[in-house]
Design a protein. Structure first.
Length: 160
């Protein structure tokens, strides 16, 4: 993925703030392909800007579309646990799994979730399994349900 999320301002101030960088793709790559690559990279990085505060920050409740209130971090952990029942979501996220298919750490779950968000919004994924490339959730419908619920969730404040 020729992109990067820089959280330096967040680290300096303690206030969630991210800059997304999309790298130039060599001109040998056709312009239409460059646009597709950049679209996937941008959506992936936007995913990080949503997930990182939930996953690495303070507790943040989410109201799912069905009205259920969940802890944002726990929802991401549940996504990770469900994802480990499948092969890596994408070629890229496979780098964050060990030989047994388990995530190597927190970042692995986040990368997998970002790849799933991009695939959900774009309708494709660069996956090992060719049959999933244009139908990314064909063998993991429960992951699609989780991504859809997450993308349609609302941040809520719970009165003490």
């Amino acid at each position: 993925i020729p992109s990067y999320t820089d959280n330096a301002k967040w680290q300096e101030t303690g206030i969630p703030n991210s800059d997304i960088h999309l790298y130039r793709i060599p001109e040998v790559v056709p312009p239409d392909v460059q646009k597709i690559i950049h679209a996937e990279g941008l959506i992936h990085e936007i995913g990080h800007t949503i997930l990182t505060p939930l996953y690495r920050g303070k507790e943040m409740p989410l109201k799912l579309p069905d009205g259920t209130i969940v802890d944002g971090k726990q929802f991401i952990l549940d996504f990770g646990n469900a994802s480990e029942n499948h092969t890596p979501f994408s070629h890229y996220s496979s780098e964050y799994r060990d030989e047994e298919g388990k995530f190597k750490g927190k970042l692995g779950v986040e990368e997998e979730f970002c790849e799933a968000i991009a695939a959900y919004l774009l309708g494709f994924v660069y996956a090992k399994e060719e049959e999933r490339r244009l139908n990314p959730f064909s063998d993991r419908p429960e992951i699609k349900v989780m991504v859809e619920a997450f993308l349609n969730a609302e941040s809520v404040t719970i009165a003490a």
